[in-house]
Design a protein around this ligand. Structure first.
Ligand SMILES: Nc1nc2c(ncn2[C@@H]2O[C@H](COP(=O)(O)OP(=O)(O)OP(=O)(O)O)[C@@H](O)[C@H]2O)c(=O)[nH]1
Ligand SMILES: [Mg+2]
Length: 301
């Protein structure tokens, strides 16, 4: 699509910029002024979802003209889901952009992020922070953790996304009606991608910059990293049951064969255990198939 067509879409498509905020008084004002500057010419609303900040972040945001709502629950994922719901149902936004209030993401990247959606070339666009990572923006542990999580996501969920934990994204709001989002904390980022993929959404990545954070982090790399891994396993069970049960079944089957060979010479007890393991393994394979079948039938309804 030509530039003029995007220009037309820019002013005709309502975009909601959802910003979860928890005690970011030093940064949120600058983020909002950056957004206002770059979004001139777009039909947009800024929605700050505050987690009951005690440093006046909400007041700063309101004074700058943003819509401010308060989340009922707790956590990053809960804040985002609150914002997504409000953006879609109350603001009638067709495109949702999410980003942080800590100045790590640059509002200047928003146009690049929404362009593939306005051109209808993608349903979800993820900003790849590794393309424009400034020095000191991400601690070494987080960088390694990010690479590990993206690799696990590729193997377990078939996700071909380089930066699965990026918090700067744009997506069509209609996707929300098809995705099942249950995570309330940091794992929401992974869940969104897995759910989008499972409904065959077109996901693409664009390079963005990533800068050192202003203010205190709310991320606990070990605890949150563990939770994200846990959720990835649950998502694998949900989205790729054959692979999930296949792996568990294969491990059981191999354990059964090993038991059989290790326990020779054969007597009854030595046969029963390996036999149970092997049958258990095969059964799990079938459970995987049955789950896929049930899902297919449900979708057809
Ligand atoms: N409303 C709300 N916002 C939150 C909550 N936790 C984090 N945030 C906000 O969500 C965004 C992401 O949190 P960060 O602490 O920056 O987490 P991160 O981006 O993974 O880690 P950093 O490397 O420190 O930036 C920030 O704007 C936070 O203020 C929460 O429980 N409620
Ligand atoms: Mg951040």
């Amino acid at each position: 699509m030509e530039e003029e067509a995007i220009e037309a879409k820019r002013s005709a498509t309502r975009i909601a910029i959802v910003i979860p905020t928890l005690n970011e008084c030093k940064a949120v004002g600058k983020v909002l002024s950056g957004v206002q500057y770059v979004m001139d010419g777009y039909e947009y609303r800024v929605l700050v979802v505050d987690g009951h900040s005690i440093d006046g972040s909400d007041k700063i945001a309101r004074d700058m003209g943003a819509d401010v709502i308060y989340q009922r629950g707790r956590g990053y994922g809960d804040a985002l889901k609150t914002g997504f719901f409000h953006a879609r149902k109350r603001l009638d936004a067709k495109v949702i952009v999410m980003m942080d209030a800590d100045l790590t993401y640059d509002p200047k990247d928003i146009p690049e992020l929404v362009a593939p959606i306005l051109k209808d070339e993608a349903d979800m666009v993820v900003g790849n922070r590794f393309a424009g990572m400034q020095k000191g923006a991400m601690p070494f542990v987080n960088r390694v953790g990010n690479r590990v999580l993206s690799l696990v996501a590729k193997l377990a969920l078939g996700l071909n996304v380089y930066d699965t934990q990026s918090g700067m994204r744009a997506f069509k709001s209609e996707l929300l009606g098809r995705m099942n989002l249950v995570a309330v904390g940091m794992p929401l980022a992974m869940e969104m991608l897995a759910e989008a993929r499972s409904v065959d959404a077109r996901i693409c990545e664009v390079p963005i910059s990533y800068r050192p954070r202003v203010g205190k982090t709310k991320l606990n790399p070990i605890k949150d990293g563990g939770r994200i891994l846990g959720i990835t396993v649950r998502l694998m069970f949900d989205i790729r049951p054959i692979l999930f049960f296949g792996i568990v079944g294969t491990v059981l089957g191999i354990a059964g064969l090993l038991l059989h060979y290790l326990m020779l010479p054969i007597d009854l007890a030595h046969i029963v255990f390996p036999f149970l393991f092997i049958i258990g393994g095969m059964l799990l394979f079938w459970i995987g198939f049955v789950i896929v079948l049930i899902k297919k039938l449900r979708r057809r309804k």
